[in-house]
Ligand binder design. Sequence first.
Ligand SMILES: C[S@@+](CC[C@H](N)C(=O)[O-])C[C@H]1O[C@@H](n2cnc3c(N)ncnc32)[C@H](O)[C@@H]1O
Length: 441
Amino acid sequence: AAAQRRSAWTPWCGCPRAAPPSCSGRPFCSGHEPAGRPRVTPMLRHLTYKIKSTGPITVAEYMKEVLTNPAKGYYMHRDMLGEKGDFITSPEISQIFGELLGIWFVSEWIASGKKAAFQLVELGPGRGTLTGDILRVFSQLGSVLKNCDISVRLVEVSQKLSEIQALTLTKEKIPLEKDAESLEYMKGVSKSGIPVSWYRDLKDVPEGYSFYLAHEFFDALPVHKFQKTPQGWREVFVDIDPQVSDKLRFVLAPCATPAEAFIQRDETRDHVEVCPDAGVLIQELSQRIALTGGAALIADYGHDGTKTDTFRGFCGHKLHDVLIAPGTADLTADVDFSYLRRMAQGKVASLGPIKQKTFLKNMGIDVRLKVLVEKSEEPSVRQQLLEGYDMLMNPVKMGDRFNFFALLPHQRLQGGSREMSAGQSKPSAAPVAGFDELAWE
Ligand SMILES: C[S@@+](CC[C@H](N)C(=O)[O-])C[C@H]1O[C@@H](n2cnc3c(N)ncnc32)[C@H](O)[C@@H]1O
């Protein structure tokens, strides 16, 4: 009966696994399977038991298990960032990236009336480098922020990465909270005296006036994949290959599945990826921003509802077959910004997506680079700054592939006033930094 059931699932070959460069966000070399990595990983064993007992799994379930399974997930117990890891991100490439984002938050704080306190909330902070660079800007702008009570809240599922974040931001190893009831699982104080707390989920972060940041976070969230067939939309699942032992393959579901509800009625593509977890997060962020103010800045590679098969793996800075040696490579899919905009449901205003090279240019990257290059005496440091700039800005590297997208309260763009308490200034409809060209002196 099981064999009969399985025969209703048809193999799906989809687009070629090694996506062309235009599909990729991270700079990469297209490579072969890295030597020395075992094909039969503990994660593959776990997944084959699971599929044997309950049947093929959705791509979303596959991605979630492979990346964040508490025992064997790719993100949970390793540092995968940087030259020795599997990929490198903008904050790891150049300090200027985080500095300009720090200025963006200060600029939004000023434009929305210099409230007495705010939380900086980062989703998926990696090594903590980005928040570290932002906090350095906050310290340098001490005279502007001196009466503002700032706290940092980090949303991170990985035990290993949260330990690294604690070392980056507080210079300390921080023990896990003993109180099992507590929603924050770690807490410490940054080098500049700002309280830092760690959470596993955005919904655990206390509400209140906040600036949210997600850099290369949404692309790690699980996607469902659908293929248009003569019988209608069919979801892509992951199954065991009956021809080859210890090998997985993609199959198409024999009938419609519930996740199909996420596909737009007027969809014209023949293959789509949808990320319900991203929708839930955007709804939560929009609700919070509409109620208590602040803003969200989301930076990632992605498209505006135009691309099809973008699901891919990265290992050792090379493209990697997503079904081979699961748990040893990063899995990612481009962010669909048109879906994020729809999920905001008009509760807040959205800006973007705009290309990274435009956003950083508008934020004054050229001025900052010039200052740093002129200040540095070491030729090697100057060289590093220039190479970092090229990586972030060059259209064929990260400049065109990464996008910036923001959520803001409607009144921020209209310049309407909310009730102000003493000492606060009225919010203005000043241009939003990064999304508009600003005059730099
Ligand atoms: C691609 S890394 C990006 C790191 C960092 N933002 C950067 O740009 O260097 C993704 C980050 O999100 C975290 N992450 C992945 N899935 C998550 C989830 N469901 N909830 C919270 N954090 C998650 C990972 O552990 C990691 O810190």
